[in-house]
Design a protein around this ligand. Sequence first.
Ligand code: NAD
Length: 692
Amino acid sequence: MTAVRIDRSDGVAVLTIANPPVNALAAAVRAGLDAALAEAQDDADVRAIVIAAEGRVFIAGADIAELGKPPLPPALPDLLRRIEGSGKPVVAAIGGAALGGGLELALACHARIVTPVATLGLPEIKLGLIPGAGGTQRLPRLIDPAAAFAMMRDGEPITAADAIARGLADAADGPNLLAAACARALELANGGRLLRTRDRTDRLTSEARAAFEREAADALRRSPELPNVPALVAAVRAAFERSFDEALAVEREGFLALIDDPRSRALRHVFFAERAAARVPDLSRDVPRRPVQRVAVVGAGTMGGGIAACFANVGIPVTLIEQEEEALKRGLDRLRATYDQSVKRGSLAPADRDRRLALIEGKVGLDHAGDADLIVEAAFEDMAVKAAIFATLDRVAKPGAILATNTSYLDVDAIAAATARPQDVIGLHFFSPANVMRLLEVVRGAATAPDVLATSLDLARRIGKLPVTVGVCFGFVGNRMLARRTAAAERLLLAGALPHEVDAAVTDFGFRMGPFAMMDMAGLDIGWRSRKATGAKAPVADALCELGRFGQKTGAGFYRYADGARVGSRDPEVEALIEGVSAKAGAVRQSFTAEAIIARLFYPMVNEGARILEERIAARPGDIDVVWLNGYGWPAWRGGPMHWADGVGLAHVAAMLDGFARETGDETLRPAPLLLRLAAAGESFEALGKAA
Ligand code: NAD
């Protein structure tokens, strides 16, 4: 089968791309188009050319399989130059998505005809790149340059109606796209001199330049670490300042530099890891789903309210259940206040707030969960409490209802064992604030039925979450690794670092907040209570709690928060306390560079990640990265802990961990067998993920 077919009728050559499933611009398609274009040029009977595509997608973009490999001719920019330079008019007939290189191809044509379902976009920014085949030059010539920049900065496609309104495309008059495109092509052939996109300068005015510069300054300020934003700004700026060919060279140079930039590679890794996370290796696509029309949430505390909002926000009615009236009222009041805030900020219309609130019904007593298809338990983090709730739910829930727990650390299988229907039980671990955070750890228990898992994953997407399927263990993926970082942070204090030094190293690395500021925000008392229950120790944090310093909520924790401040300041009392604790432990205090702090904090996390993979708690290294990127603020341009460790070098990570283990006698720091194996073989987590 050839990737491009040529048909002639009434003086028009129609070049049809057929490269299922999404007509990616693979080398065969480029070569096919090039040959067909030459054939049409040489044919004296052909007066005009139409480029069309089979299937529901016009062209979804470059062939991602070719990314990073030596380029195969013809290069897309060369093909587009020939399309644009054609003496016979070329019209794109777009009946579906025209994305990335697909839209760039259409921009090089002399007209674009779209059906109402077409979408047009340049999503390269999401892959850490910029358009590399003239998109940054042709789009600002066809539509308002500031709007063109915004479209490339966001990477979101626009609708056909929007494209028509902006002057990017014309509507097909009549139901037959191909006929409309052929008619337009002949019209252009009869119309005398062809207007090429590259020759247009009417949109590149000084007012447009000023508007673009404002957008550009804003984008640079908002994402200072992303390498592709300055590259995009430079390319679009060149459209105003240089000739078309010179500006194209600026774009190309920026594009090629990004291909090799480690930050750009990390962003690409994130993009593909998020897509891969949607696939659960041993879950068939054909598993039937359970209908979910009504949800109940147990517990109207911090998490329960946010979880209820997630469902109400997409139109699913929710019963929010508490054990007594007062707690219920508090929870409902808090929910209303959150919605009021959104209205005040202007992000929610008052009518939408009212509609959403009307979908949430508060009730006292678990009996009210009887008509729910999904029940999410968000009560206290206590096994006895959860076991009692699930035993009751087993009695009151209708047959086939999904019983989910939002537990952070507890054993989902033990919770399931409190029921006679463990196959219906699953963990849905939301992150705080539940209505905002995108991540959802979906915890698959030993007995969880495939349709319960499949339904939960669908539902997660329906409420706008990014679900990652994980197995049962203490803290699942995210909190299990976080516990290693927390322990490492405490060790650093005993060994000589101070909280602000550790936090500064972590924010310089790219996090918005360091571990101590984060602990102060979350509250130190939760960990303290659970350590008391298990006999674990964190000498500094324990000592702070003994003094009633529970973090922000008490005005003092690792830092001091004067008058309700949300950013803490250094506290000499804490620093003296730390020195006292480390003297008592007989530690010789030393100073640490930021690099040493990062190694001591993050290598133990990577090590735990390796154990998580060995135990098959996560299916792939990329899943772990997705958890940390979306739940814990790992900077996207660093690609997640496992991707980052690959960049550091696994042999180095393993050797350093071995040193930490010897130094502290802490066995958990010994390199995990998987890490040692990869390090010895000179392999990476990335390669392991590809094999998964
Ligand atoms: P919370 O104390 O704010 O709220 C718990 C609520 O559950 C309380 O209002 C309580 O009255 C209610 N409750 C207790 N027993 C009940 C019963 N039998 N019937 C009805 N209501 C009952 O706690 P939270 O922070 O919202 O945490 C809830 C769960 O979510 C815990 O398992 C926690 O580990 C988990 N979680 C918390 C966070 C977080 O950041 N707070 C994040 C992820 C998961």
